[in-house]
Ligand binder design. Structure first.
Ligand SMILES: Cc1ncc(COP(=O)(O)O)c(C=O)c1O
Length: 329
């Protein structure tokens, strides 16, 4: 399905495990819940970005780039994984981080530094607003930069999640499990759009429910408009026909709370429940919120006890060490 001509580097450990959360299901008196462990995908504490970076870094190397540049929040998992991918492939890495430099680097920021990335802090935004400018200044200094877009979410990165859906379909068939719904964090769009294209390719009949993480749209379009556009671009790159209308994207916006990176009571409860019932650590920004969404949908009956659900654990645990203990205890 993915053309051999699409450059790729191997960076992660795939397939990631698919496990059943029996204790959580019992506690909720709820549906059977499975978890797709992309937190175990390897590359500097793992996470969903490894799948995207395998194609993005492949593209960068095929264009003879010597530097990866990307952007994100100060605690961006995407930036940490890009820095790790660069180190692994012998490339330099420059990160544009939105906000001020904290006195003491913690969590992902500490890891960015350990991985050797050059850091630029700016209040101008955390979604790659200044990436072109940084690329131009690196080029004029004789470097060959490759822009990895915010969240790794463009057609090239999204291909990783088309394959992820195929990987899940293979596991479900092997274990003879039928699934009614997959629930995951949806933020810059590559994961969501890739899963929807992958769902179409594999004939997945269940729902793909993205839990929105970030209230803010990007500069150019609303998030709801971005998802079908991105899916169309991914499909085009793969030579898949068909249109991806906005109605194909289930995006639940009920759990964004106080906004990006601000965990509240619901995230705290979700993180604690998973830790204590299953020994699995979620993160404060993405998977804690996505799990809060899953718990909420089960408790209000939107997801019934007869459904079979997969929760996609997209990683992010290093950010646990950047928040005060009272966020979790
Ligand atoms: C841990 C984690 N989960 C989920 C996401 C969301 O994925 P996407 O940006 O593809 O929507 C991110 C994005 O940074 C992330 O770091």
């Amino acid at each position: 399905m993915v053309p051999d001509t699409l450059p790729k580097v191997s960076l992660g450990h795939f397939p990631t495990p698919l496990e059943e959360l029996t204790r959580l299901s019992d506690l909720l008196d709820g549906p059977r819940i499975f978890i797709k462990r992309d937190d175990l995908s390897g590359l500097a504490f793992g996470g969903n970005k490894v799948r995207k970076l395998e194609y993005l870094v492949g593209d960068a190397l095929s264009r003879r780039a010597d530097t990866l540049i990307t952007a994100g929040a100060v605690q961006s998992n995407h930036c940490r994984q890009t820095a790790a991918a660069a180190a692994r492939c012998g490339l330099a890495c420059e990160l544009l981080l939105g906000g001020n430099e904290p006195e003491v680097p913690t969590g992902n920021l500490l890891l960015d530094k350990m991985l050797g990335a050059a850091l630029h802090f700016s209040d101008a935004g955390r979604k790659g607003e200044a990436l072109e400018g940084l690329a131009a200044s690196l080029k004029s200094a004789g470097r060959s930069p490759y822009i990895v877009p915010y969240g790794g979410s463009n057609a090239v990165g999204g291909v990783g999640f088309v394959l992820a859906m195929q990987e899940l379909a293979t596991q479900l068939t092997a274990h003879e499990i039928s699934v009614d719904r997959v629930v995951f964090a949806s933020s810059s769009g590559g994961t969501h759009a890739g899963l929807v294209v992958g769902g179409a390719v594999t004939g997945f009949r269940g729902k793909l429910t993205g839990i929105r993480i970030d209230k803010e749209d990007s500069r150019n379009e609303s998030y709801r408009e971005l998802l079908p556009q991105l899916a169309g671009q991914i499909a085009e790159l793969l030579g898949i026909s068909g249109t991806f209308h906005e109605s194909l994207f289930e995006l639940n916006e009920e759990y964004v709370g106080e906004g990006y990176g601000i965990p509240g009571k619901l995230e705290r409860e979700a993180i604690s429940l998973l830790a204590r019932s299953e020994g699995i650590l979620l993160d404060p920004v993405y998977t804690g919120r996505a799990m809060a969404g899953l718990l909420g949908l089960i408790r209000k009956g939107t997801i019934s006890a007869t459904e079979h659900v997969v929760f996609w654990h997209t990683g992010g645990s290093p950010a646990l060490f950047a928040y005060p203990p009272e966020s979790f205890l």
